[in-house]
Design a binder for this molecule. Structure first.
Ligand code: PLP
Length: 388
């Protein structure tokens, strides 16, 4: 029997990191200690009160049945209340303008299923979270990359989008605080996005998975705070990074009723919602004191100082992040992102070439702050020892 992959899977771009992954496995086999700053997955545990809420909820038979696809009422109410308190985005209707997600990735992947037809054009940040482009292509849509350049604060230059592209575009993804560049959006940028989207009849999907990881007192804003945003957009929020809950798979989407309901239609035909005990624990996360989040920020801030200062002292050009747990490092002259990643691996540090997020990532590697302070210090020492 010949087993043939579907064209959409065969057409996925080649896996850029295959060689690096192979090398990682070989080095580990040789017993080499690797400091893994490659993956954006918090090493810190989920706060105790959230775990306790889950333990309690897991024993409740009423949570053992199929959940509702749109999420428990209590969860959706907690989510919209949190939005009001955190961003001042008030008056969201928990019944029609909010939908629970099995992690924000699930919603981001399913959103184009509801709104992208074959041949539709989707504006995608480059570099950016790969799911935006992959699911556009899965749906037969066409990706138009919006390069994020350092000189523009890693914000896309909307005026550089050709008029015919803007006219044809159906959907635009934006993600601030940004993975992988750690950039923040400004209010002016969001105003420009609303204006551009309204003028060209484009849906705006804003991904704010990192909104709660910020330093230096500058809390990231939500796209939905912008006048007019509610008429054009939807925002994807996640509990993964805010409460160290990546393994729990819980997030939500809010706002434009038609967009939320469209996504809901895909979900009713795909999954059966998030485990209600997880949703009950998420209610505890969103409604209890947010001190645990402030404590987490302090830990990342300290790590950022150790890593960035260490690398700067070693002569590297580092983009010290104001938000997210990602640190971009400029590749030394003569090295591509993949080559520099490979060099760091030889020194025992796992990083990610920013080209894994799109061609405009060339010239940078991404490190994460997801290991403890002493490992940050060791990583900086190891990188310092690299012979270039
Ligand atoms: N959005 C961005 C930019 C991410 O980097 C990630 C995960 O790394 C996600 C969304 C998905 O997060 P989750 O599915 O855990 O909510």
């Amino acid at each position: 029997m010949s087993i043939e992959l579907a064209a959409r899977i065969k057409e996925l771009p080649p896996y850029l990191f295959a060689d690096i992954d192979k090398k990682k496995v070989e080095l580990r086999k040789l017993g080499k200690d690797l400091i893994d700053l490659g993956i954006g997955d918090p090493d810190l545990p989920t706060p105790k009160h959230i775990v306790a809420a889950m333990q309690h909820a897991a024993a409740e038979p009423r949570y053992h049945r199929y959940p509702s696809y749109e999420g428990m009422q209590a969860f959706r109410e907690a989510a919209v209340k949190w939005y009001g308190e955190r961003f001042g985005v008030r008056g969201l209707d928990a019944n029609t303008e909010c939908c629970a997600l099995i992690g924000s990735k699930e919603g981001i992947a399913h959103f184009p299923v509801a709104f992208v037809n074959p041949g539709d054009l989707v504006l995608v940040p480059d570099p950016g979270y790969p799911v935006y482009a992959t699911w556009t292509r899965f749906m037969g849509g066409e990706v138009h990359y919006m390069p994020l350049r350092r000189q523009n604060g890693f914000l896309p230059d909307l005026s550089a989008i050709p008029a015919d592209v803007a006219r044809r575009a159906k959907l635009m993804w934006i993600n601030y605080p940004n993975n992988p560049t750690a950039a923040l959006a400004t209010r002016d940028f969001y105003k420009e996005v609303v204006e551009f989207a309204t003028r060209n009849d484009i849906i705006v999907a804003s991904d704010v998975a990192y909104s709660e990881i910020f330093f230096d007192g500058e809390a990231p804003i939500s796209f939905l705070e912008t006048p007019g945003a509610r008429e054009v957009g939807i925002e994807f929020q996640s509990l993964s990074k805010t409460y160290n809950m990546t393994g729990w798979r819980i997030g939500f989407a809010v706002v434009h009723e038609k967009l939320v309901q469209g996504l809901g239609k895909v979900k009713t035909n795909t999954d059966s919602g998030a485990f209600e005990a997880v949703q009950a624990a998420a209610v505890s996360a969103l409604t209890a004191s947010q001190q645990c989040v402030a404590d987490m920020r302090d830990i990342y801030r300290e790590r950022r100082e150790v890593l960035c200062s260490g690398l700067e002292a070693a002569g590297f050009e580092v983009l010290r992040p104001k938000a997210t747990f990602y640190v971009l490092v400029v590749c030394p002259r003569g090295y591509s992102s993949v080559q520099f990643t490979s060099k760091l691996l030889d020194a025992g540090v796992v990083s990610t070439p920013a080209t894994g997020f799109g061609p405009s990532g060339e010239g940078y590697i991404r490190l994460t702050l997801c290991a403890d302070k002493s490992r940050m210090k060791d990583a900086a020492e190891r990188i310092k020892s690299v012979k270039l």
